[in-house]
Design a protein around this ligand. Structure first.
Ligand SMILES: CC(C)(COP(=O)(O)OP(=O)(O)OC[C@H]1O[C@@H](n2cnc3c(N)ncnc32)[C@H](O)[C@@H]1OP(=O)(O)O)[C@@H](O)C(=O)NCCC(=O)NCCS
Length: 123
């Protein structure tokens, strides 16, 4: 189940985001968290499985489009379809939006949907 990020999930969210290659650098990770907390166009959702937060997805919303900026699953829960479920749940949450992937998430997004519009939009 997708859960909207709240400040009290900060540590778990940072831990999950740090699985993205670019977010292994702590300064990058802090800047990313700040963006999700301060900019209303950036939104973060955690994936709750039973009582645990085991995944995360971060998006940038602009008009009719959504770009997936981050998608991560805890290594102990990988290869079980969770990542794909997260992406599908996100599209269900925004049924009228055109969902695209950033350069950093497009490889996995391509796996989720074969007919995807790969977006490397300039903004
Ligand atoms: C990418 C990630 C979210 C997938 O989570 P998951 O729950 O294991 O995904 P699923 O079980 O739904 O799907 C697994 C499939 O995705 C593929 N996959 C995993 N990581 C991938 C990647 N970086 N790019 C493309 N495909 C990837 C697996 O090879 C597997 O393929 P298969 O179905 O042909 O066997 C997870 O590996 C992760 O957190 N990676 C680190 C963060 C990251 O790099 N995110 C951006 C990825 S572009």
């Amino acid at each position: 189940m997708l859960i909207r990020y709240k400040k009290h999930y900060e540590k778990i969210a940072m831990g999950l985001l740090s699985f993205m290659p670019k977010e292994k650098n702590l300064n990058n990770l802090r800047a990313t968290m700040k963006k999700y907390e301060a900019d209303p166009n950036y939104k973060l959702y955690l994936w709750k499985h039973e009582e645990d937060m085991i995944g995360i997805i971060g998006i940038y919303v602009q008009g009719d489009s959504i770009q997936i900026e981050h998608v991560c699953v805890n290594p102990s829960h990988r290869q079980q379809g969770i990542g794909k479920q997260i992406v599908k749940a996100l599209s269900a949450e925004y049924p009228t939006k055109n969902i695209t992937a950033s350069e950093d998430t497009m490889n996995f997004y391509d796996k989720c949907f074969c007919t995807i519009e790969n977006s490397v939009e300039q903004r």
